[in-house]
Design a protein around this ligand. Structure first.
Ligand code: NDP
Length: 402
Protein backbone atom coordinates (compact mmCIF):
# COMPACT_ATOMS: atom_id res chain seq x y z
CA UNK A 1 0.00 0.00 0.00
CA UNK A 2 1.35 3.43 -0.91
CA UNK A 3 -0.05 5.02 2.23
CA UNK A 4 2.69 5.54 4.77
CA UNK A 5 2.72 4.75 8.47
CA UNK A 6 1.59 7.06 11.24
CA UNK A 7 3.63 10.01 12.42
CA UNK A 8 2.95 11.13 15.96
CA UNK A 9 0.50 14.02 16.12
CA UNK A 10 1.75 16.94 18.17
CA UNK A 11 -0.54 18.96 20.41
CA UNK A 12 -0.63 21.72 17.84
CA UNK A 13 -0.59 21.11 14.12
CA UNK A 14 0.52 23.61 11.48
CA UNK A 15 -1.69 23.43 8.41
CA UNK A 16 -1.85 24.71 4.83
CA UNK A 17 -4.91 24.53 2.60
CA UNK A 18 -4.46 24.47 -1.17
CA UNK A 19 -7.90 25.36 -2.55
CA UNK A 20 -9.12 27.06 0.63
CA UNK A 21 -11.90 28.95 -1.17
CA UNK A 22 -13.59 25.80 -2.49
CA UNK A 23 -16.08 23.41 -0.97
CA UNK A 24 -13.46 21.11 0.60
CA UNK A 25 -11.31 24.06 1.64
CA UNK A 26 -14.22 25.74 3.42
CA UNK A 27 -15.21 22.50 5.18
CA UNK A 28 -11.61 22.14 6.36
CA UNK A 29 -11.60 25.72 7.67
CA UNK A 30 -14.85 25.01 9.46
CA UNK A 31 -13.14 22.19 11.41
CA UNK A 32 -10.10 24.35 12.11
CA UNK A 33 -12.30 27.23 13.26
CA UNK A 34 -14.03 24.88 15.71
CA UNK A 35 -10.72 24.23 17.55
CA UNK A 36 -8.40 27.16 16.75
CA UNK A 37 -6.14 26.34 19.71
CA UNK A 38 -5.06 23.15 17.91
CA UNK A 39 -3.92 24.70 14.62
CA UNK A 40 -1.48 27.24 13.17
CA UNK A 41 -2.57 28.23 9.70
CA UNK A 42 0.52 28.64 7.52
CA UNK A 43 -0.83 29.24 4.00
CA UNK A 44 -4.20 29.44 2.25
CA UNK A 45 -4.73 29.52 -1.51
CA UNK A 46 -7.57 30.31 -3.90
CA UNK A 47 -7.81 30.90 -7.63
CA UNK A 48 -10.23 33.74 -8.34
CA UNK A 49 -12.26 34.26 -5.17
CA UNK A 50 -10.22 37.08 -3.62
CA UNK A 51 -12.89 38.11 -1.15
CA UNK A 52 -13.31 34.64 0.36
CA UNK A 53 -9.55 34.05 0.46
CA UNK A 54 -8.88 37.35 2.23
CA UNK A 55 -11.68 36.76 4.74
CA UNK A 56 -10.37 33.26 5.54
CA UNK A 57 -6.77 34.46 5.83
CA UNK A 58 -7.77 37.17 8.31
CA UNK A 59 -10.14 34.98 10.31
CA UNK A 60 -7.69 32.11 10.70
CA UNK A 61 -4.53 34.23 11.05
CA UNK A 62 -2.77 32.76 8.01
CA UNK A 63 0.82 33.79 7.43
CA UNK A 64 0.58 33.60 3.62
CA UNK A 65 -2.35 34.00 1.21
CA UNK A 66 -1.90 33.05 -2.46
CA UNK A 67 -4.23 33.74 -5.35
CA UNK A 68 -3.66 31.37 -8.28
CA UNK A 69 -4.86 33.79 -10.92
CA UNK A 70 -2.22 36.56 -11.07
CA UNK A 71 -4.93 39.06 -12.07
CA UNK A 72 -6.21 38.88 -8.49
CA UNK A 73 -2.92 39.91 -6.85
CA UNK A 74 -3.61 43.65 -6.48
CA UNK A 75 -7.11 43.07 -5.12
CA UNK A 76 -5.80 40.51 -2.59
CA UNK A 77 -3.00 42.84 -1.50
CA UNK A 78 -5.60 45.56 -1.05
CA UNK A 79 -7.98 43.31 0.88
CA UNK A 80 -5.20 42.24 3.25
CA UNK A 81 -3.75 45.75 3.65
CA UNK A 82 -2.86 46.62 7.22
CA UNK A 83 -2.45 42.94 8.20
CA UNK A 84 0.80 41.01 8.58
CA UNK A 85 -0.31 38.41 6.04
CA UNK A 86 2.08 37.92 3.13
CA UNK A 87 0.53 37.88 -0.33
CA UNK A 88 1.62 36.00 -3.47
CA UNK A 89 0.06 34.98 -6.77
CA UNK A 90 0.32 32.66 -9.76
CA UNK A 91 1.60 29.09 -10.14
CA UNK A 92 4.89 29.89 -8.38
CA UNK A 93 2.96 31.36 -5.46
CA UNK A 94 0.92 28.14 -5.18
CA UNK A 95 4.12 26.11 -5.09
CA UNK A 96 5.59 28.44 -2.49
CA UNK A 97 2.51 27.90 -0.33
CA UNK A 98 2.96 24.13 -0.60
CA UNK A 99 6.67 24.36 0.18
CA UNK A 100 6.23 26.42 3.36
CA UNK A 101 6.82 24.31 6.42
CA UNK A 102 3.46 22.95 7.62
CA UNK A 103 2.83 19.56 9.22
CA UNK A 104 -0.37 18.93 7.29
CA UNK A 105 -1.46 20.07 3.83
CA UNK A 106 -4.98 19.83 2.46
CA UNK A 107 -4.66 19.36 -1.30
CA UNK A 108 -8.03 20.54 -2.65
CA UNK A 109 -7.34 22.45 -5.87
CA UNK A 110 -9.78 21.11 -8.43
CA UNK A 111 -8.31 19.48 -11.52
CA UNK A 112 -4.78 18.72 -12.68
CA UNK A 113 -3.91 22.31 -11.70
CA UNK A 114 -3.42 20.82 -8.23
CA UNK A 115 -0.67 18.44 -9.35
CA UNK A 116 2.42 20.63 -9.09
CA UNK A 117 1.55 22.23 -5.74
CA UNK A 118 0.72 18.75 -4.40
CA UNK A 119 4.06 17.43 -5.64
CA UNK A 120 5.82 20.34 -3.92
CA UNK A 121 4.22 19.37 -0.59
CA UNK A 122 5.00 15.69 -1.19
CA UNK A 123 8.65 16.44 -1.91
CA UNK A 124 9.19 18.03 1.47
CA UNK A 125 7.71 14.94 3.16
CA UNK A 126 4.54 16.56 4.52
CA UNK A 127 1.40 14.84 5.72
CA UNK A 128 -0.99 15.35 2.81
CA UNK A 129 -4.76 15.06 2.94
CA UNK A 130 -5.49 14.35 -0.72
CA UNK A 131 -8.83 15.57 -2.03
CA UNK A 132 -7.75 16.43 -5.55
CA UNK A 133 -8.19 13.06 -7.17
CA UNK A 134 -7.27 14.51 -10.57
CA UNK A 135 -3.58 14.76 -9.48
CA UNK A 136 -3.55 11.04 -8.87
CA UNK A 137 -5.34 10.22 -12.14
CA UNK A 138 -3.06 12.53 -14.12
CA UNK A 139 0.23 11.35 -12.59
CA UNK A 140 -0.45 8.48 -10.19
CA UNK A 141 2.78 6.51 -10.56
CA UNK A 142 4.94 9.63 -10.40
CA UNK A 143 3.14 11.03 -7.36
CA UNK A 144 3.44 7.75 -5.47
CA UNK A 145 7.13 7.40 -6.37
CA UNK A 146 7.68 10.86 -4.91
CA UNK A 147 5.71 9.89 -1.78
CA UNK A 148 7.93 6.84 -1.27
CA UNK A 149 11.11 8.85 -1.91
CA UNK A 150 10.27 11.66 0.51
CA UNK A 151 8.49 9.69 3.22
CA UNK A 152 5.40 11.89 2.84
CA UNK A 153 2.13 10.57 4.26
CA UNK A 154 -0.87 10.42 1.94
CA UNK A 155 -4.26 10.48 3.63
CA UNK A 156 -7.28 9.95 1.34
CA UNK A 157 -10.02 12.57 1.73
CA UNK A 158 -12.45 11.32 -0.91
CA UNK A 159 -15.19 9.80 1.25
CA UNK A 160 -14.98 6.37 -0.44
CA UNK A 161 -11.21 6.10 -0.17
CA UNK A 162 -11.26 7.47 3.32
CA UNK A 163 -13.80 4.78 4.21
CA UNK A 164 -11.57 2.06 2.74
CA UNK A 165 -8.53 3.55 4.49
CA UNK A 166 -10.42 3.32 7.80
CA UNK A 167 -11.68 -0.22 7.12
CA UNK A 168 -8.19 -1.40 6.12
CA UNK A 169 -6.55 -0.02 9.23
CA UNK A 170 -4.26 -2.71 10.67
CA UNK A 171 -5.07 -5.18 7.86
CA UNK A 172 -2.73 -6.79 5.34
CA UNK A 173 -3.30 -6.11 1.68
CA UNK A 174 -3.11 -9.79 0.78
CA UNK A 175 -6.08 -10.53 3.04
CA UNK A 176 -8.28 -8.25 0.93
CA UNK A 177 -10.46 -9.91 -1.67
CA UNK A 178 -12.30 -6.91 -3.05
CA UNK A 179 -13.05 -3.25 -2.55
CA UNK A 180 -16.56 -1.95 -3.11
CA UNK A 181 -16.69 1.74 -3.98
CA UNK A 182 -20.17 3.05 -3.34
CA UNK A 183 -21.74 5.61 -5.69
CA UNK A 184 -24.87 7.66 -5.16
CA UNK A 185 -25.59 7.41 -8.90
CA UNK A 186 -25.91 11.20 -9.05
CA UNK A 187 -29.00 13.27 -9.87
CA UNK A 188 -29.75 11.36 -13.11
CA UNK A 189 -29.59 7.84 -11.73
CA UNK A 190 -33.14 7.07 -12.88
CA UNK A 191 -33.16 9.03 -16.17
CA UNK A 192 -33.22 7.43 -19.62
CA UNK A 193 -30.52 8.37 -22.14
CA UNK A 194 -33.09 10.47 -24.03
CA UNK A 195 -33.88 12.40 -20.85
CA UNK A 196 -30.18 12.80 -20.00
CA UNK A 197 -29.55 14.33 -23.43
CA UNK A 198 -31.64 17.34 -22.37
CA UNK A 199 -30.32 18.05 -18.87
CA UNK A 200 -28.90 21.50 -18.11
CA UNK A 201 -25.78 22.50 -16.14
CA UNK A 202 -27.88 23.75 -13.22
CA UNK A 203 -29.62 20.34 -12.99
CA UNK A 204 -26.28 18.55 -13.19
CA UNK A 205 -24.64 20.53 -10.37
CA UNK A 206 -27.56 19.90 -7.98
CA UNK A 207 -26.37 16.69 -6.34
CA UNK A 208 -29.05 14.93 -4.29
CA UNK A 209 -26.84 14.11 -1.26
CA UNK A 210 -23.61 16.10 -1.31
CA UNK A 211 -22.81 19.82 -1.55
CA UNK A 212 -19.72 20.05 -3.76
CA UNK A 213 -17.93 22.17 -6.36
CA UNK A 214 -19.32 22.32 -9.90
CA UNK A 215 -16.77 20.03 -11.56
CA UNK A 216 -17.10 17.08 -9.19
CA UNK A 217 -20.89 17.51 -9.21
CA UNK A 218 -20.96 17.09 -13.00
CA UNK A 219 -18.54 14.17 -12.68
CA UNK A 220 -20.97 12.56 -10.24
CA UNK A 221 -23.83 13.06 -12.69
CA UNK A 222 -21.93 11.34 -15.55
CA UNK A 223 -20.45 8.84 -13.04
CA UNK A 224 -17.02 9.78 -14.39
CA UNK A 225 -16.35 10.61 -10.76
CA UNK A 226 -16.66 6.92 -9.92
CA UNK A 227 -14.42 6.05 -12.87
CA UNK A 228 -11.79 8.49 -11.58
CA UNK A 229 -12.21 7.03 -8.10
CA UNK A 230 -11.61 3.53 -9.43
CA UNK A 231 -8.23 4.68 -10.76
CA UNK A 232 -7.61 6.58 -7.52
CA UNK A 233 -8.32 3.42 -5.46
CA UNK A 234 -6.04 1.37 -7.67
CA UNK A 235 -3.15 3.76 -6.95
CA UNK A 236 -3.85 4.33 -3.27
CA UNK A 237 -4.44 0.74 -2.26
CA UNK A 238 -2.26 -1.05 -4.82
CA UNK A 239 -5.02 -3.37 -6.07
CA UNK A 240 -5.82 -4.26 -9.70
CA UNK A 241 -9.04 -2.95 -11.26
CA UNK A 242 -10.56 -6.47 -11.21
CA UNK A 243 -10.56 -6.34 -7.41
CA UNK A 244 -12.42 -3.02 -7.29
CA UNK A 245 -16.18 -3.06 -7.81
CA UNK A 246 -18.70 -0.21 -7.99
CA UNK A 247 -21.92 -0.43 -6.04
CA UNK A 248 -24.71 2.10 -6.48
CA UNK A 249 -26.04 3.17 -3.07
CA UNK A 250 -28.44 6.11 -3.45
CA UNK A 251 -28.51 7.12 0.24
CA UNK A 252 -24.71 7.80 0.46
CA UNK A 253 -24.52 6.45 4.02
CA UNK A 254 -22.18 3.48 3.48
CA UNK A 255 -19.13 5.22 2.06
CA UNK A 256 -17.37 2.07 0.82
CA UNK A 257 -16.65 -1.50 1.87
CA UNK A 258 -13.71 -3.87 2.06
CA UNK A 259 -14.32 -7.61 1.61
CA UNK A 260 -11.69 -9.89 3.16
CA UNK A 261 -10.73 -13.45 2.24
CA UNK A 262 -12.42 -14.89 5.36
CA UNK A 263 -15.80 -13.60 4.16
CA UNK A 264 -15.87 -10.57 6.47
CA UNK A 265 -16.92 -7.24 5.00
CA UNK A 266 -16.02 -3.99 6.80
CA UNK A 267 -17.70 -0.71 5.91
CA UNK A 268 -17.52 2.85 7.15
CA UNK A 269 -20.82 4.67 7.59
CA UNK A 270 -21.68 8.30 8.17
CA UNK A 271 -23.88 11.10 6.99
CA UNK A 272 -22.84 12.59 3.63
CA UNK A 273 -20.80 15.43 5.13
CA UNK A 274 -17.22 15.88 3.94
CA UNK A 275 -16.20 17.26 7.32
CA UNK A 276 -16.24 13.65 8.59
CA UNK A 277 -13.52 12.24 6.28
CA UNK A 278 -11.64 15.56 6.45
CA UNK A 279 -11.67 15.35 10.27
CA UNK A 280 -10.25 11.82 10.07
CA UNK A 281 -7.28 13.14 8.09
CA UNK A 282 -6.92 16.37 10.10
CA UNK A 283 -6.59 14.53 13.40
CA UNK A 284 -4.84 11.47 12.05
CA UNK A 285 -3.65 9.24 13.64
CA UNK A 286 -5.99 10.48 16.40
CA UNK A 287 -9.72 11.03 16.02
CA UNK A 288 -10.84 14.59 16.67
CA UNK A 289 -14.36 15.77 17.47
CA UNK A 290 -16.28 16.98 14.39
CA UNK A 291 -19.25 19.35 14.73
CA UNK A 292 -21.39 17.35 12.29
CA UNK A 293 -24.93 15.99 12.65
CA UNK A 294 -24.98 12.36 13.82
CA UNK A 295 -26.14 9.31 11.89
CA UNK A 296 -29.52 7.93 12.94
CA UNK A 297 -29.95 4.63 11.13
CA UNK A 298 -33.37 3.93 12.61
CA UNK A 299 -34.62 7.24 11.19
CA UNK A 300 -33.21 6.32 7.76
CA UNK A 301 -34.75 2.85 8.00
CA UNK A 302 -33.59 1.31 4.71
CA UNK A 303 -30.43 1.35 2.65
CA UNK A 304 -30.37 0.25 -1.01
CA UNK A 305 -27.64 -1.18 -3.22
CA UNK A 306 -27.59 -2.08 -6.91
CA UNK A 307 -25.17 -2.64 -9.77
CA UNK A 308 -24.39 0.40 -11.94
CA UNK A 309 -26.00 0.59 -15.38
CA UNK A 310 -23.06 0.46 -17.77
CA UNK A 311 -25.19 1.37 -20.80
CA UNK A 312 -26.44 4.66 -19.36
CA UNK A 313 -23.15 5.51 -17.64
CA UNK A 314 -20.40 4.68 -20.17
CA UNK A 315 -17.84 6.73 -18.20
CA UNK A 316 -17.29 3.69 -15.96
CA UNK A 317 -16.30 1.53 -18.95
CA UNK A 318 -14.02 4.29 -20.29
CA UNK A 319 -12.20 4.69 -16.98
CA UNK A 320 -11.68 0.94 -16.63
CA UNK A 321 -10.40 0.79 -20.22
CA UNK A 322 -8.01 3.70 -19.60
CA UNK A 323 -6.64 1.98 -16.51
CA UNK A 324 -6.25 -1.31 -18.40
CA UNK A 325 -4.52 0.46 -21.32
CA UNK A 326 -2.14 2.02 -18.79
CA UNK A 327 0.68 4.41 -19.73
CA UNK A 328 -0.71 7.92 -20.14
CA UNK A 329 -4.30 6.90 -20.93
CA UNK A 330 -5.60 8.01 -17.48
CA UNK A 331 -3.82 11.37 -17.98
CA UNK A 332 -5.70 11.81 -21.27
CA UNK A 333 -8.99 10.64 -19.73
CA UNK A 334 -8.67 13.20 -16.94
CA UNK A 335 -7.61 16.14 -19.12
CA UNK A 336 -10.31 15.51 -21.74
CA UNK A 337 -12.91 15.19 -19.02
CA UNK A 338 -11.90 18.52 -17.45
CA UNK A 339 -12.22 20.26 -20.81
CA UNK A 340 -15.54 18.56 -21.63
CA UNK A 341 -17.04 19.37 -18.21
CA UNK A 342 -16.03 23.03 -18.60
CA UNK A 343 -17.59 23.05 -22.10
CA UNK A 344 -20.81 21.57 -20.71
CA UNK A 345 -20.90 24.11 -17.85
CA UNK A 346 -20.40 26.87 -20.46
CA UNK A 347 -23.33 25.47 -22.49
CA UNK A 348 -21.15 24.59 -25.47
CA UNK A 349 -21.90 20.85 -25.46
CA UNK A 350 -24.71 18.64 -24.20
CA UNK A 351 -24.52 16.37 -21.17
CA UNK A 352 -24.08 13.12 -23.11
CA UNK A 353 -21.33 14.69 -25.19
CA UNK A 354 -19.06 14.96 -22.13
CA UNK A 355 -18.19 11.28 -22.16
CA UNK A 356 -18.26 11.14 -25.98
CA UNK A 357 -15.57 13.87 -26.07
CA UNK A 358 -13.45 11.93 -23.57
CA UNK A 359 -13.75 8.77 -25.66
CA UNK A 360 -12.90 10.57 -28.92
CA UNK A 361 -9.88 12.24 -27.28
CA UNK A 362 -8.63 8.89 -25.99
CA UNK A 363 -8.90 7.49 -29.53
CA UNK A 364 -6.93 10.35 -31.04
CA UNK A 365 -4.30 10.97 -28.40
CA UNK A 366 -0.88 9.39 -28.23
CA UNK A 367 -0.86 7.59 -24.85
CA UNK A 368 2.74 6.34 -24.58
CA UNK A 369 4.49 5.52 -21.34
CA UNK A 370 4.94 8.76 -19.36
CA UNK A 371 8.60 9.54 -18.65
CA UNK A 372 8.56 12.10 -15.84
CA UNK A 373 6.60 15.26 -15.13
CA UNK A 374 7.42 17.24 -18.33
CA UNK A 375 6.14 14.35 -20.46
CA UNK A 376 2.97 14.00 -18.37
CA UNK A 377 2.31 17.74 -18.65
CA UNK A 378 2.85 17.54 -22.43
CA UNK A 379 0.35 14.65 -22.75
CA UNK A 380 -2.10 16.57 -20.57
CA UNK A 381 -1.73 19.67 -22.77
CA UNK A 382 -2.15 17.68 -25.99
CA UNK A 383 -5.31 15.99 -24.65
CA UNK A 384 -6.69 19.43 -23.68
CA UNK A 385 -5.91 20.73 -27.18
CA UNK A 386 -7.75 17.84 -28.85
CA UNK A 387 -10.71 17.96 -26.46
CA UNK A 388 -10.78 21.76 -26.90
CA UNK A 389 -11.15 21.31 -30.65
CA UNK A 390 -13.85 18.71 -30.14
CA UNK A 391 -15.82 20.95 -27.83
CA UNK A 392 -15.69 23.89 -30.21
CA UNK A 393 -13.52 26.01 -27.93
CA UNK A 394 -11.40 28.37 -30.01
CA UNK A 395 -8.42 27.82 -27.77
CA UNK A 396 -7.13 25.02 -25.53
CA UNK A 397 -8.61 25.26 -22.06
CA UNK A 398 -6.04 26.10 -19.39
CA UNK A 399 -5.19 23.39 -16.89
CA UNK A 400 -7.98 23.14 -14.38
CA UNK A 401 -9.15 26.71 -14.98
CA UNK A 402 -12.78 27.52 -14.50
P1 NDP B 1 -14.45 23.71 -5.74
O1 NDP B 1 -14.70 24.04 -7.17
O2 NDP B 1 -15.47 24.04 -4.73
O3 NDP B 1 -13.07 24.41 -5.27
C1 NDP B 1 -11.92 24.30 -6.05
C2 NDP B 1 -10.76 25.05 -5.43
O4 NDP B 1 -9.66 25.05 -6.35
C3 NDP B 1 -11.07 26.52 -5.14
O5 NDP B 1 -10.31 26.94 -4.05
C4 NDP B 1 -10.60 27.21 -6.43
O6 NDP B 1 -10.34 28.59 -6.26
C5 NDP B 1 -9.33 26.41 -6.69
N1 NDP B 1 -8.90 26.40 -8.09
C6 NDP B 1 -9.67 26.22 -9.19
N2 NDP B 1 -8.92 26.26 -10.32
C7 NDP B 1 -7.65 26.51 -9.90
C8 NDP B 1 -6.42 26.72 -10.60
N3 NDP B 1 -6.34 26.65 -11.93
N4 NDP B 1 -5.31 26.97 -9.86
C9 NDP B 1 -5.37 27.03 -8.50
N5 NDP B 1 -6.51 26.84 -7.79
C10 NDP B 1 -7.64 26.59 -8.50
O7 NDP B 1 -14.09 22.15 -5.70
P2 NDP B 1 -14.27 21.12 -4.49
O8 NDP B 1 -13.80 21.73 -3.21
O9 NDP B 1 -15.61 20.52 -4.56
O10 NDP B 1 -13.26 19.97 -4.93
C11 NDP B 1 -11.86 20.13 -4.78
C12 NDP B 1 -11.19 18.80 -5.11
O11 NDP B 1 -11.60 17.84 -4.14
C13 NDP B 1 -11.60 18.23 -6.48
O12 NDP B 1 -10.49 17.60 -7.02
C14 NDP B 1 -12.67 17.21 -6.14
O13 NDP B 1 -12.71 16.14 -7.07
C15 NDP B 1 -12.20 16.72 -4.78
N6 NDP B 1 -13.27 16.22 -3.94
C16 NDP B 1 -14.31 17.06 -3.58
C17 NDP B 1 -15.35 16.58 -2.80
C18 NDP B 1 -16.46 17.48 -2.34
O14 NDP B 1 -17.33 17.03 -1.60
N7 NDP B 1 -16.50 18.74 -2.72
C19 NDP B 1 -15.39 15.17 -2.37
C20 NDP B 1 -14.24 14.42 -2.76
C21 NDP B 1 -13.23 14.92 -3.53
P3 NDP B 1 -11.48 29.75 -6.45
O15 NDP B 1 -12.73 29.22 -5.85
O16 NDP B 1 -10.89 30.90 -5.67
O17 NDP B 1 -11.58 30.07 -7.90
Amino acid sequence: MALALAQPAGDRRSVTILGATGSIGQSTLDLIGAAPERYDVVALTGHRNVERLAAAARRHGARLAVIGDPAGYAALKDALGGSEIEVAAGPTGLIEAAERSADWVMSAIVGAAGLEPTLAAVRRGAMIALATKESLICAGALLLDEVRASGAVLLPVDSEHNAIFQAMHGERRDSIERLFLTASGGPFRELSLAEMAKVTPSQAVAHPNWTMGAKISVDSATMMNKGLELIEAHHLFGLPAEQIAILVHPESIVHSLVAFRDGSVLAQLGLPDMRIPIAYTLGWPDRIPAPTPRLDLAAIGRLHFQHPDAARFPALRLARAALARGDAAPTVLNAANEVAVNAFLADRIGFLEIVAVVEATLERCECGKPEGLPHILAVDAEARRIAGMLTGADRAVAAGGH
